[in-house]
Design a binder for this molecule. Structure first.
Ligand SMILES: Cc1cc2nc3c(=O)[nH]c(=O)nc-3n(C[C@H](O)[C@H](O)[C@H](O)COP(=O)(O)O)c2cc1C
Ligand SMILES: [Mn+2]
Length: 494
């Protein structure tokens, strides 16, 4: 907030506003115009202010990760991964300080006590004291929209941080909206399997097991933005988001052990909710919720999260967002992923030159990818590679273009797409997993996806005719016209 305010990127609103829909409507108008972060200082019915739209532009997203441009982070990752940087002995020696600093930044360190997130330990749990927003008229209730849900794998002891929204059920209970494919859900399934085998969640078995029906969960609200971003990033399950946040920040994150559960949380969070998911409790109806697809996601059964303890800073700020028809704040978290993960994607698919997720496709619905084609059918190979890679598996539409087309230049992409394709030859339709939010498929969690090869077709790919050249003016004439613009009296037009 301080960094934003210093740059004139934060606006304070000091008149009282309502947490039900009013803040959402104000923010929607501001984010749609590319406006600043908003700090609502007086929210009716709560002592705490609300920060929203902190990530809502490429500039703020970069600032949140401590850089001028997200491409700098991608370059840092690419530099680390490029083995040619370590080929000679001199290179190896030169790389040591960077590698050492990187390694040290990865491992969370214990917060020097007292941790800011424990300045106040509430004597009673009252979620109604927090100004949780109702976002859209058809929503099933009020939702925590930027919560960092922290769970611990009962077998490996490794922690996971995932952003899963939490619907407020009552002053001590919320929903726990981890989708089927997500790490939080996989960990929940592990606890349930252990329970099914008669083993307690404390790792003991049989009669010795105590508290065996409870899966410990902690939620951090309002953190270092690198941690917030990391909780949304499509990392493989073995990569700890806390380490990734340390890498992004360039220094380790500080953690502290919870009061009532065996989980480490970011020490500088504004609020921490500690509690558990009861493994034996029936699922409860969660939703509907106006989602980032621009549609309501339907009500569905999810576990409940029982909050046993709330700790907080003395003067905490509640950090929220509202998602809905794009562009919204979360689009920029997605754009950060597009930039930061590009070098990692290139390891598996080295022909990829650049990618673009159009905001209207809310990340998982559409991906444009430019490739350097070396052999026949490589565009189709890339589609299948993407459908087999992490959360890119959800992509409903993949458009592949040649390397001379920037995937960010939608006009040029559309021109190639509309003109280069033969529907019988260039369209691939496959069946596979879809994001839980997809509403168009007749089935939840799976359906059909399409890839379109809009690259130039080669003889070797069975194209029997002569593929025409792009039209372009000769450089000498361009130079001539550049020089004579003034003479024509057209320097303002051409
Ligand atoms: C604002 C926002 C809200 C999100 N809400 C959910 C959600 O309710 N459930 C879910 O499964 N994923 C949600 N996601 C996506 C996950 O955070 C994302 O897939 C993340 O990579 C999951 O981490 P995991 O792989 O450790 O499970 C949300 C993302 C954002 C940016
Ligand atoms: Mn994860």
């Amino acid at each position: 907030m301080r960094a934003l305010e210093k740059r004139g990127l934060l606006r304070r609103i000091s008149v009282p506003v309502n947490r039900d829909l009013e803040i959402a409507e104000i923010y929607d108008r501001v984010v749609k115009k590319g406006g600043p972060a908003l700090l609502f200082e007086r929210v009716e019915g709560s002592a705490f202010p609300v920060l929203i739209n902190a990530f809502g532009s490429m500039e703020r997203m970069a600032l949140a990760l401590g850089t001028e441009s997200l491409d700098d982070i991608a370059a840092r990752i690419a530099g680390l991964l490029d083995l040619s940087n370590y080929s000679s002995l001199g290179d190896k020696i030169r790389a040591v300080p960077t590698l050492a600093k990187t390694a040290l930044s990865l491992f969370p360190i214990r917060s020097p006590l007292p941790a800011p997130c424990k300045e106040v330990i509430e004597s009673v749990v009252d979620l109604d004291a927090i100004p949780v927003l109702k976002c859209w008229p058809g929503d099933g209730g009020r939702f925590f929209t930027l919560p960092i849900v922290i769970t611990k794998d009962p077998e490996t002891g490794r922690q996971n941080m995932g952003m899963y929204r939490l619907q407020v059920f009552d002053s001590k209970t919320t929903g726990m909206h981890w989708h089927l494919h997500k790490d939080g859900r996989a960990i929940y399934d592990k606890y349930r399997a252990l329970r099914g085998r008669g083993e307690g969640t404390d790792g003991k078995s049989g009669d010795e097991a105590d508290g065996g029906t409870r899966m410990p969960v902690a939620v951090a609200l309002g953190c270092d933005p690198a941690i917030i971003y990391a909780a949304t990033a499509p990392l493989p399950d073995f990569v700890d988001e806390a380490m990734f946040a340390g890498f992004l920040r360039g220094s380790p994150i500080e953690t502290v052990r919870c009061e009532t559960v065996d989980i480490d949380v970011p020490a500088r969070a504004e609020f921490i909710l500690e509690g558990y998911v009861d493994l034996d409790e029936p699922l409860r109806t969660e939703g509907p919720f106006g989602d980032h697809t621009g549609y309501y996601s339907l009500a569905a059964p999810y576990p409940a999260f029982h909050v046993t303890c709330v700790t907080r800073r003395r003067n905490p700020v509640y950090n929220a967002t509202v998602v809905g028809r794009p562009p919204m704040e979360d689009c920029f978290l997605g754009k950060a992923t597009e930039r930061i993960f590009l070098p990692l994607l290139k390891i598996q698919l080295p022909e990829i030159v650049d990618i673009d997720f159009p905001l209207e496709g809310v990340f998982h619905d559409c991906l444009i990818v430019a490739i350097r084609k070396r052999y026949p059918m490589q565009a189709k190979k890339v589609m299948h590679g993407l459908w087999g890679t992490g959360q890119a598996m959800y992509t409903k539409l993949i458009i592949v273009v040649d390397e001379d087309v920037s995937p960010h230049d939608y006009s040029r992409v559309a021109w190639k797409l509309f003109n280069n394709i033969d529907a019988g030859r260039d369209v691939v339709i496959v069946e596979g997993p879809l994001d839980a939010l997809d509403h168009a498929s007749p089935n939840a969690h799976f359906g059909r996806k399409m890839g379109i090869d809009a690259t130039k077709k080669w003889k070797e790919e069975g194209y029997p005719r002569e593929w025409p050249d792009d039209i372009a003016m000769s450089p000498s004439i361009k130079g001539l016209v550049d020089r004579r613009l003034k003479e024509y009296g057209l320097e303002d037009l051409a």
